[in-house]
Design a binder for this molecule. Structure first.
Ligand code: ZN
Length: 492
């Protein structure tokens, strides 16, 4: 056995244990009896300490010293790139700081939830200050003198930099603000969906949609949870969904979104199972898949024509008289404060403001006490509306309470990548709409599987997208797509 073989055998067990830890999290959100919470947190902490011990095991240091990456094939070199990067990151953060971050963020989520429920930012501010300070310390340990925010971003999107994202987002913002203005002032406004849509019908149809988008139920399952999510890699990738009797689109499109994440994991080359290459390569690339499935495919004119028919079969007449009006209703743009409820046009504006605000928090130019004012003035500038209460403003997202700084921009990066992939896919598949109109997404999902998904972590994130679409990714295709689509719907 070579040092590389020994390392990979050790790594495989670590990856298997990480999958088990993830499944405990899935169980907590879906099946766990309410009374088991206390024991579960101890079980999960025990798994975390086993994983941490393995990730800092002195044997890793020895193996990494013995292996000459250049003697390995491209798969071996990619494995080593992931293992070396993760090991270096883990070792740079002092153990005491890592455990302090874990302790503070586990409490902070509850403090945030209570502050949000009582519309009381001041009750959350001292905790958020602690979280920001700890993440600044962690970033300083990781960055070793270079940009703090880049060091945090690297956890979710290796290779991306704040400067690169700032340039991309700077180009997105004015065109999105202008498009939003035009849409909301257009004389022609689509009607919202109204009526009652029984849960049983929603769940049956959402399962049908999951299968239509290629979700493999032999290696997955669908359950109900408060928040939709996808969990696991390889042969066991599960998703959750939720229902709201007044809003079946929430159920359908969050299911299609999570299927995008899960189908990516299920499509990765089986040879990479339980290795560092056996999972989606970054948050941004992951989101490019979920967003392509949800928006560019699922909210297309062709596919909504199919969905319109299936909804009438399932729920009877629901007051929308033709497929064209249904398409406009699915894509309706409406003013709102909440990121997770935003449409394709406004969603990225929500992300862009969070990116600017969290960078200012991390570099210290924005104090936590000044966050509500900064949030509200930026929101008014981009959305034209005053924020009415903290739960509609800077207390709406869980991310900062659990220490996720550097995560938000990956949502918009995913949308930008989805725009590029769609542009390339539409050239390669000129007849795609006739299949989508029959509810057959396979030409598109097969194309994504072959061009991108199967490769898992083989290439760097941006390179993964560049190879799939055949050009350097930028924000142009997403903006062109949004302007063309919404110009047609709103008739300007
Ligand atoms: Zn997602």
């Amino acid at each position: 056995m070579s040092a590389y073989d020994d390392l990979m055998a050790f790594q495989r067990e670590t990856e298997a244990l990480a999958q088990v830890a993830g499944r405990l999290g899935w169980d907590q959100e879906t099946m766990m009896p309410a009374g088991a919470a206390e024991q579960r947190s101890e079980e999960m902490a025990a798994m975390e300490s086993v994983l941490h011990a393995r990730r800092t095991d002195p044997k890793l240091h020895d193996w990494l010293g013995l292996i000459d990456d250049l003697t390995l094939d491209p798969v071996g070199q990619a494995n080593m790139r992931h293992i070396r990067r993760r090991y270096a990151r883990t070792m740079k953060v002092p153990a005491k700081l890592a455990s302090e971050i874990a302790r503070v963020t586990s409490v902070a989520q509850g403090v945030w939830a209570r502050a949000r429920a009582s519309e009381d930012f001041a009750a959350f501010a001292p905790t958020l200050e602690k979280v920001v300070k700890l993440r600044q310390e962690e970033a300083a340990a990781l960055a070793e003198g270079s940009d703090l925010y880049d060091a945090l971003l690297d956890d979710y999107e290796p290779g991306a930099t704040a400067a690169g994202l700032e340039a991309m987002f700077g180009a997105l913002r004015p065109r999105l603000v202008a498009l939003r203005e035009k849409i909301l002032h257009a004389p022609h406004q689509p009607l919202p969906l109204t009526g009652e849509f029984p849960e049983a019908g929603q769940l049956t149809l959402s399962r049908e949609l999951a299968l239509a988008f290629g979700y493999d139920l032999n290696h997955g399952r669908i359950d109900k949870a408060v928040h939709p999510f996808s969990s696991g890699s390889g042969l066991d990738v599960r998703i959750t969904t939720r229902t709201n009797p007044a809003d079946p689109f929430n159920c359908f499109y969050s299911t299609i979104h999570e299927v995008g994440h899960a189908a990516y994991e299920q499509a990765i080359d089986r040879a990479y199972l339980l290795t560092p290459l056996g999972a989606g390569v970054s948050m941004g690339v992951h989101e490019s898949q979920s967003r392509s499935y949800e928006n560019q495919l699922g909210r297309s004119r062709a596919f909504t024509g199919f969905l319109y028919g299936r909804m009438r079969d399932t729920f009877g007449d629901f007051g929308i008289s033709d497929a064209e009006s249904f398409y406009a209703s699915v894509n309706r743009v409406h003013p709102g404060y909440i990121r997770t409820e935003a449409d394709e046009v406004q969603y990225n504006l929500h992300v862009l403001m969070r990116f600017d605000l969290e960078r200012a928090l991390i570099d210290g130019s924005l104090k936590v006490a000044d966050l509500p004012t900064a949030w509200n003035s930026r929101f008014e500038a981009d959305f034209g509306v005053k924020v009415d209460k903290p739960s509609n403003g800077c207390l709406q997202d869980v991310h900062w309470s659990v220490g996720l700084f550097g995560y938000f921009p990956t949502y918009t990066l995913g949308n930008v990548y989805a725009g590029c992939l769609t542009k390339a896919m539409r050239v390669a598949l000129p007849d795609l709409d006739s299949a989508l109109a029959r509810g057959d997404t396979s030409p598109a999902t097969d194309w994504l599987r072959e061009k991108l998904q199967q490769h898992g972590g083989l290439h760097e994130p941006r390179d993964t997208v560049r190879r799939a679409c055949g050009f350097e990714p930028d924000e142009g295709p997403l903006l062109d797509y949004l302007e063309a689509k919404f110009g047609a719907i709103y008739q300007f």
